[in-house]
Every structure is written in structure tokens, then in C-alpha cells.
Design a protein around this ligand. Structure first.
Ligand SMILES: [Zn+2]
Ligand SMILES: [Zn+2]
Length: 378
């Protein structure tokens, strides 16, 4: 079967190779991949960032062999292991050959404290497909049945393929109810963009977004974002210029929301200045969702007591998806035709899988939002 693998510890080094169709274990399911979506973390893999090196070096045994990339997909069940009983933590859901499925990308242990106390999304032994083991940029994937999610048979394949990252956005955006809230989103990468769609569909009173990329700003205009604020990325000539830009953005967000500031801020960019702006723009008693991963781990509060304590902020870090609470919320969203239309605007391209180098380059150049690779009809 064809598969796209990371084959060496260097930039690029993702090759289309022919490999054997994986053999399933008794608790696994073999899935013929219909489409797989490219994630920002796959771009990090391409660029060979420090953030993902350790996982890949371990999974490839120091690149004695390649590792199939990809962790966001949909496909059809072709074989079910003899020990597979149920899926989705629901004894009423039965799996059959031919079913249209997607999958949770975190294979969890089911044994640690978190797994046995309703917090599988923060399992201490989790393995992520496409990083810790072979992924879904392939014609077939074998996967533990505990990860398999059954889709509606008529769900469009390009929507089915993006449910995993949509789950990240749902976990972040729906942590606090957004109905009638004034929401500010910092960073409109695909997950930030999905958060905007969720805020619109969930009935937010106002969706304000702060973004740098002209491509993303154009998309944001089509999905119901009410106020788009363009900002610049450093290098600023000096710290003073940078501080002035922070103050400008904070003021624009507060003015847009009304002088007291938005009710909820979603920090989706990982930029330290955006984090500061998100904290400073909120109204007293506001809520902050922290999702973006900063490149520089340390960041400074210049007025921690005033901005966080006296303002009574709630700060919530978000990782992964709640298994399977978040997936059920995503299912409600993708069954909504208006949501499907908005999500299609966030998908820049559905390309044949052989085109992956061009699509990766386009995404790396900031000229695309979410992109999907098509592995062909079942
Ligand atoms: Zn992802
Ligand atoms: Zn666990």
C-alpha cells in the first residue's frame, strides 16, 4: 500500500513509499483510509522542529525505519479483530465491516489514574498516531478499537476527516458556554478558525478575531467573524514598539466588545504577546482559554495581581479532546448543515495524496488553512 512516511532526521524527508498492509491484533480494527487531514503538527514534523523530534526518533528506532505520518482521518472498516466488543465507550454501538469511521488520535492506556477517573485525554501513557507509531497518511491503518469513532454514513468525507482537530476546537471553545457571550479569538490557524465557527453556531453575541495573515483574514470574513483586527508579528525595532502594538490590540479588542472587554478570550496562537493581550482585554471576571503552544516556554505577567487576581479571571488550559464527551459535541456540530458550510470555507483544498509535497509547501507558506489528502473512494 502507499504511505507517506517521515524517513530521516532532517527538514522535509517525508517520502511516499510502498509498504505492507498492516496486520491487525485481536483488539484492533483495519480501516481503509478515505481522507486524511494535514495538521500544524505535521508541518512541525516536516520542518523537523525540536517539539516532535524525541517522539519520532523513538518510534523510528533512530530512523532505522520510517514512520507513517498523519493522525486526522476518516475511512471504512475492512476487518475487525476477534476480541473487539464495543466502541465509543457505548455498549449499544456495534461495529461492522463497511462502517464509515474516524478516530481519536490518542491511544490511551486505560489503566492509569486519569484513564480510570474519567480523564483519558490526559492519560500519562498516551501514544499519538503518526508520532509515537504509524499514522493515517496511508491507504490502510490498524487501530485499537478503543480509538474508533463511528460516523453517520452520509457525513461528507472531507468533514469526517477533520473531526479530530475540530474536537480540539470544541474542547477549547465549548469549555465555557458561548451563547450570548462576547468572544475574542487570538490566532486564526485552523483550530482558531474552527473555534470561530463553533462560537457562531453556538450563538455567541459577538466574535472578535486577532490575526496576522491576509489569507486567514479573508477566510474569517466568510464565516461570521464580526470584528477582525489585523496585527503584526515582530521583529519590532525595539521593546517600546512591541509594547505599543500590544496596547493598540488590547484597546481595539476592548472597543469592539464594549469598553469593559469580552467575556471569553481564546488564546490559539501561542504567541506570548497574544497571551498578554488576551489577559488584558478581558472584562473583570472574564474567562481565558489557553490552547496555543508558545515557542519560548517562559512568559511574563507584568501585572499579575491586577490583571489576573483582582480581575478575578478564570484561566483554563486545554489539551486534546475529552474521550468521548467532546466527540459527541463534534457530532452534533457536523450534523448541522450551516456548520458544514462554514467548515468547508475553512478547508482550503482537498488534494490527491500524491500532491502532498505541494500542499505542505502551500501550508508552510501560510497560503492555506486546513488541507485534506484524498486517498480515493472505497
Ligand atoms: Zn492534529
Ligand atoms: Zn492512561
Amino acid at each position: 500500500m502507499p504511505s507517506i512516511q517521515k524517513v530521516a532526521a532532517s527538514v522535509g524527508a517525508m517520502e511516499l513509499r510502498t509498504t505492507d498492509v498492516p496486520k491487525i491484533k485481536p483488539n484492533e480494527v483495519l480501516i481503509k483510509v478515505r481522507a486524511s487531514a494535514i495538521c500544524g503538527s505535521d508541518l512541525h514534523l516536516w520542518q523537523w522542529d525540536e517539539s516532535i523530534r524525541g517522539k519520532l526518533l523513538k518510534a523510528s528506532d533512530q530512523f532505522k525505519h520510517g514512520v507513517v505520518s498523519g493522525h486526522e482521518f476518516c475511512g471504512h472498516v475492512v476487518e475487525i479483530g476477534k476480541d473487539v466488543k464495543t466502541i465509543m465507550d457505548d455498549p449499544n454501538v456495534k461495529l461492522a465491516v463497511g462502517d464509515f469511521v474516524s478516530a481519536e488520535s490518542h491511544v490511551v492506556c486505560g489503566k492509569c489514574y486519569q484513564c480510570t477517573h474519567g480523564e483519558k485525554h490526559v492519560c500519562v501513557n498516551d501514544k499519538i498516531i503518526g508520532f509515537d507509531r504509524d499514522g493515517c497518511f496511508a491507504q490502510y491503518i490498524a487501530l485499537d478499537s478503543s480509538c474508533v469513532w463511528k460516523n453517520d454514513a452520509d457525513l461528507p468525507f472531507e468533514i469526517a476527516a477533520i473531526q479530530e482537530p475540530l474536537g480540539n476546537a470544541m474542547h477549547a471553545a465549548a469549555h465555557f458556554p458561548l451563547k450570548d457571550q462576547r468572544v475574542a479569538i487570538f490566532g486564526l490557524g485552523p483550530i482558531g478558525m474552527f473555534c470561530a465557527v463553533i462560537a457562531v453556531i453556538h450563538g455567541a453575541k459577538q466574535v472578535i478575531a486577532v490575526e496576522t495573515s491576509p489569507t486567514r483574514i479573508e477566510i474569517a470574513k466568510t464565516i461570521g467573524v464580526s470584528n477582525i483586527i489585523e496585527t503584526k508579528i515582530i521583529p519590532f525595532p525595539d521593546e517600546k514598539g512591541r509594547a505599543e502594538e500590544r496596547a493598540r490590540i488590547t484597546k481595539l479588542v476592548r472597543d469592539a466588545a464594549g469598553h469593559d472587554g469580552p467575556d471569553v478570550a481564546l488564546e490559539m496562537s501561542g504567541h506570548a504577546d497574544a497571551m498578554v493581550n488576551a489577559i488584558k482585554c478581558l472584562r473583570r471576571g472574564g474567562k481565558l482559554i489557553a490552547f496555543g503552544l508558545p515557542k519560548n516556554q517562559a512568559f511574563t505577567f507584568d501585572n499579575y495581581s491586577g490583571d489576573v487576581i483582582f480581575n478575578g479571571l478564570t484561566v483554563q488550559g486545554i489539551i486534546g479532546r475529552r474521550i468521548y464527551d467532546t466527540w459527541y459535541k463534534v457530532r452534533d456540530l457536523v450534523r448541522n448543515k450551516k456548520a458544514q458550510d462554514l467548515l468547508r470555507k475553512v478547508i482550503s483544498e482537498v488534494a490527491p495524496y500524491q500532491d502532498y509535497p505541494r500542499v505542505f509547501e502551500k501550508m508552510l507558506a501560510g497560503k492555506a488553512s486546513k488541507c485534506v489528502l484524498d486517498w480515493g473512494k472505497a
